[in-house]
Ligand binder design. Structure first.
Ligand code: HEM
Length: 368
């Protein structure tokens, strides 16, 4: 072979190498974004699925976007101490920061009865230990797995022509997941209280208490209000339930009891869409007292992820796959929102109701 011919083919190989690099990068990005495998579930595909339903709202949480910070304390009563040495089951008072929010990715959505409300808490124990939790006011989660959660978001994403979900896609999701019908029924029939301040918030996912004697006990838990009120209807107005919460907490401290439910023999520990028997043993483990609200703008709850896998010694995750997906997706949501410009939140307790504004349309209900 002549020197010229081998020089020519060398140049061709180098040129192909350079030209193929952008293509390889594009394929790599597409794969990382899940575009080449729509059924794959990663934090990115999960956030894309959520964005498909409620749009992009930079600077806000990718779900439970409309919220307000809260602070207070938790005091255990010792009744759960034989099941776990976790600091919260001791009898010492520990500080708490938290957040009340509405499910869904729209930070300016209007309040309405029936929207899923949430309570997120970080109980701060000794030696830097924390128990972080995110609780919803629904009896069960609508789906069993992260894959189903992503598929549900994809099924309910609004279509351009109507601005509503495609009924055929929703029907197809239902037909492909008949085992979720009982969760749907429980969600549709749930009783609705008049506001954040008197609602019951549930872990939905299960956890495992680890005793010092090596005993493991699977549980779910709930924050049960001192007094649940079903008769009064929530007030009207874009921020009505937040205004009502503000009024209630300004009048007196708000209290909830931490109730642990111990799994019975037939209870599904790895599936948050399944109700437990209702006959299970319950333990009242302590009292949560909340005393102050603060805006998310500069508030203590903004730069924190209420990751349900931040657990103290003595409490472990169960094998519920939704827990791992939550943890990874919340971290991704935090990474994205914390590098974006911070917009003004819809609700600020320091601003009088007449000055409070909101700028986006009302979102559809979402249950996560
Ligand atoms: C695979 C299923 C789920 C996904 C992908 C998901 C996704 C998300 C995301 C992205 C956030 C925002 C996190 C942040 O930026 O800090 C969030 C918040 C939240 N999620 Fe989920 N979620 C799931 C399941 C659940 C379940 C089972 C519950 C049970 C109660 C739950 C309760 C909450 C609560 C309470 C918040 C608000 C936390 C706060 O106020 O900061 N989620 N979720």
């Amino acid at each position: 072979m002549s020197a010229n011919a081998s020089g020519g083919s060398g140049r061709l190989i180098r040129w192909l190498g350079v030209a193929s690099l952008p293509c390889l990068l594009a394929v790599g990005f597409a794969a990382a974004g899940g575009w080449l495998s729509p059924h794959r579930v990663t934090p990115n595909t999960m956030l894309a699925a959520l964005r498909g339903v409620d749009g992009a709202h930079p600077g806000f949480r990718r779900n439970h976007a409309k919220g307000v910070c809260v602070a207070g304390w938790f005091e255990g009563n010792g009744q759960a101490a034989s099941y776990s040495p976790a600091f919260a089951f001791d009898t010492k008072r520990v500080p708490v920061i938290g957040r009340f929010a509405l499910a869904g990715g729209m930070p300016y959505q209007g309040d309405a009865p029936g929207k899923v409300r949430s309570m997120a808490l970080a109980l701060k124990g000794p030696g830097g230990q924390e128990w972080r939790m995110g609780l919803n006011d629904i009896p069960v989660f609508p789906v069993s797995t992260p894959q189903e959660f992503q598929a549900l978001q994809q099924a309910v994403r609004p279509v351009a022509a109507t601005g509503k979900p495609d009924p055929l896609a929703v029907q197809a999701f239902r037909a492909a997941h008949p085992w979720l019908a009982s969760a749907g029924k429980a969600l549709a029939e749930r009783p609705i209280t008049s506001g954040f301040e008197n609602d019951t918030y549930l872990s939905l996912d299960s956890f495992v208490l680890q005793g010092v004697d090596g005993r493991s006990t699977a549980i779910r838990f709930a924050m049960v209000p001192e007094e649940a009120r079903f008769a009064d209807m929530p007030g009207k107005g874009k921020n009505a339930s937040f205004d009502q919460l503000d009024e209630a907490i300004s009048a007196h401290p708000l209290r909830w009891t931490l109730v642990l439910t111990l799994a019975g023999a037939d209870d599904a520990v790895n599936d948050p869409s399944r109700l437990w028997s209702g006959q299970d043993k319950q333990i009242t483990a302590g009292t949560l007292t909340l005393t102050h609200l603060a805006s998310e703008a500069g508030g203590d709850c903004t730069d924190i992820v209420f990751d349900p896998l931040v657990l103290p010694e003595g409490i472990m995750p169960s094998d519920d796959p939704v827990l791992q997906a939550r943890s990874a997706t919340y971290m991704r949501s935090f990474a994205e929102r914390s590098r974006e410009k911070r917009p003004r939140p819809a609700f600020d307790p320091a601003v009088s109701p007449s000055e409070k504004t909101g700028s986006e349309s009302v979102s559809s209900e979402k249950a996560s």
